[in-house]
Design a protein around this ligand. Structure first.
Ligand code: ZN
Length: 240
């Protein structure tokens, strides 16, 4: 089976549509969404509708949980909190209900799916280094765990108890296990402003990260028009 993995869309409709168009030209059997469909961007409802239409295997992200009042936003940055409160106001009861129904963890063909980390997923830990990946490897029962949350596509590989960090894109080795960040559709933070998603072939074990150009300007203008913090528009141009 071939899967398209999308994560951290963050209400950025322009980025999501460009990604879905790029996926449409490829043979894909199913979709996986690793959370944060909403939050930051100006089109949370439209993004929710598109993602629900894909019928994905999906997990919740911290911004999805914030939008349906399912997580404490006290630790959010000021800009994230402003965006979360704005997003909550935009959504209908049924949209908040869908977000509230998303689990913290899921599985696809024996691999784990989680937004943040397998340990305490409700606490939204970031996995930015091989050391931060260790607790997730300790809880991993299958071959790999796909994650989102940091908006930085990266591969952590564990072999004989040793974890190493690799750039995205690889074929899984027989004698190793993996924690794989699939990249962010709507707010990349690796210095490349292009939207990112991943393709996973469960037979060959290959995982590729694809980057897609999209119309950043209209997404930025809508953020400003909505009265959301200007920084949330600016960061899209620089991929941070
Ligand atoms: Zn996110």
């Amino acid at each position: 089976m071939k899967y398209a993995l999308i994560s951290d869309i963050h209400g950025n409709l322009e980025a999501l549509e460009a990604v879905l168009e790029a996926i449409a030209s490829r043979p894909v059997d199913g979709y996986i969404c690793l959370g944060d469909i909403v939050g930051y961007g100006a089109n949370p409802r439209e993004c929710l509708e598109r993602v629900r239409g894909l019928n994905p295997i999906a997990v919740t992200g911290n911004h999805d949980a914030a939008a349906c009042d399912r997580t404490d936003i006290g630790y959010f940055s000021e800009q994230a909190r402003a965006a979360a409160l704005w997003t909550r106001e935009q959504l209908t009861l049924s949209e908040r209900g869908y977000l509230a129904s998303l689990p913290l963890r899921a599985e696809a063909e024996g691999l784990s799916l989680v937004h943040s980390s397998l340990n305490e997923p409700e606490k939204w830990h970031y996995i930015l280094s091989q050391f931060e990946a260790l607790p997730t490897f300790n809880l991993l029962s299958g071959k790999a765990c796909f994650i989102g949350h940091s908006h930085v596509p990266v591969v952590f590989e564990e072999k004989e108890g040793r974890v190493t960090t690799h750039p995205p894109g690889m074929v899984m080795k027989k004698d190793a296990r993996y924690v794989i960040n699939v990249g962010s559709v709507g707010q990349p933070r690796d210095g490349d402003p292009r939207a990112a998603f991943s393709l996973w072939d469960s037979e060959s074990g290959s995982v590729a990260v694809i980057r897609v150009e999209y119309e950043i300007k209209p997404a930025q203008e809508k953020i400003l028009q909505a009265g959301l913090p200007a920084m949330l528009a600016y960061r899209l141009s620089v991929g941070q």
